[in-house]
Unconditional design. Structure first.
Length: 159
């Protein structure tokens, strides 16, 4: 039975980079995702040059990044579609009194209703944003704990 040991120069360096990657992924919630870009670059550059144990953590960090990216992209698309749909409803209610006087556009909000499609898109965007944030809170924490206890992630680290 062979296992990667974390004692030693190269193992310590890889372990420190993996811990830094988890910290950057966690911090990306608070800094609009920019630290996650640094973390995924580190993970892609180090996953082939480290042992199976640390390599499984780099692979997990890459997975964390892409899942969070997909959830955030879907949330942004739903939010944008909801905002455009809501603005479309406002524009359709606007009454222009003359083409020469664009400053006389009137919108009466007493008759204004927001469609269920717009509400559903905004609610879905909020749900996807929540799920992305939850993923970026929990997944790096689990990976960090497993790395600190010298356990790998997934099937690639099992002997």
């Amino acid at each position: 039975m062979t296992t990667d040991t974390l004692a030693g120069g190269a193992g310590d360096n890889s372990q420190n980079l993996a811990m830094l990657g988890y910290a950057l992924l966690f911090a990306s919630i608070f800094f609009a995702g920019f630290p996650a870009l640094i973390a995924v670059v580190i993970a892609y550059s180090q996953r082939g040059s480290s042992g199976a144990l640390i390599g499984s953590h780099f692979a997990f960090q890459i997975r964390i990044f892409w899942v969070a990216f997909a959830l955030s992209l879907a949330a942004a698309a739903c939010g944008l579609a909801g905002v455009i749909g809501g603005l479309g409803e406002v524009v359709s209610m606007a009454e222009i009194t003359g083409l020469d006087h664009l400053e006389t556009i009137r919108v009466q909000f007493q008759d204004f209703t927001i469609g269920t499609k717009v509400i559903a898109l905004i609610a879905l965007a909020l749900l996807l944003t929540f799920l992305s944030s939850l993923w970026l809170l929990c997944a790096p924490a689990v990976g960090f704990i497993r790395l600190a206890s010298e356990r790998g992630m997934g099937d690639s680290a099992r002997p």
